[in-house]
Design a protein. Structure first.
Length: 67
């Protein structure tokens, strides 16, 4: 299970997500505006910004054949 450290500041709230002590995601929620995420996708310590965790990929949901 992930460990979450929450730091509240005047202008934003920062949530740091760790597994086994390794930081893999940071969620930043500004006082004004939508939250965004900094994610270490490769596990190399380089974080990239994402506006949401939704990748936009949707699996097909049509029925091919039913029995």
């Amino acid at each position: 299970t992930p460990e979450i450290t929450i730091t509240r500041q005047t202008e934003q709230t920062i949530e740091e997500y760790r597994v086994n002590g390794r930081l893999y995601m940071i969620k930043i929620t500004p006082k004004i505006g939508p939250p965004y995420y900094l994610v270490d996708d490769q596990g190399n310590g380089k974080f990239s910004r994402q506006e949401s965790l939704d990748s936009g990929l949707r699996p097909p949901r049509w029925i091919i054949k039913s029995f």
